[in-house]
Design a protein around this ligand. Sequence first.
Ligand code: GLP
Length: 245
Amino acid sequence: MNSRMNSTILKTEEAFDLYAAERILSQMRSKPDAVIGLSTGRTTGAMHRLVAGAWQACPFDLSALTFFGLDEVVGVSPEYSGACVAMLRREIFGPLGLDESRFLMLPTASDDYPAACLAFRKELARRGGIDLLVLGLGENGHLGFNQPGSSFGSRARVAEMDPALEARIRRETGTPPDVFLGGVTLGLADIMEARSLLLVAKGPAKAEIVHAMLKGPVTEAVPASILQRHPHCDFLFDTQAAALL
Ligand code: GLP
């Protein structure tokens, strides 16, 4: 483990969510034109709502800020409740009253994904590059939709999603098996270009992969192990996720 890596282990879910929310808020306050990436899922919803609540209690100017989503589900409607854009609108963009120009998302549908991915990366760069990217962690070590085996040199692209998530989305949306469902995601090389990263993981189901990510070899078989090489990556765990460290 790289000596510059910093792990914080908190005892309660409340403390975990507050710590992460404070990290996002402090980035928002310290750089009015910051570019901040968010991940969706069970781990991050509460921290997004805390950010919005804290801002509503004590509002400040958000007109130069950019939020973006790390990844998106492809093949669903953007209104589908499990689409990343729908989740982030509900959890944080809506409550912050953000103007549409202040958040960037990869598309749920496109007739040219490579062009859409390139445009997304160019727009992030045009706005100054990523200041902070909050990352969830898949139980198999995935980051975004970068599943095990993804190249460390990968860039934004459409990728397969893991079979359990795909099955759930098919069920919830009634999408037939012959219609492609996948994920569009920033690649691992894009993620590594962020100036700072915050990896968040909680719960007992993440304990083994947290151990592999930090203590195991840096390998494409565990995409999140690449974070050992990032100069400014902080890790936030609850005691259950950190149980094997
Ligand atoms: C999903 C998303 C990721 C997310 C991860 C963890 O597959 N594509 O962006 O970070 O899973 O999700 P959870 O926090 O629900 O465990």
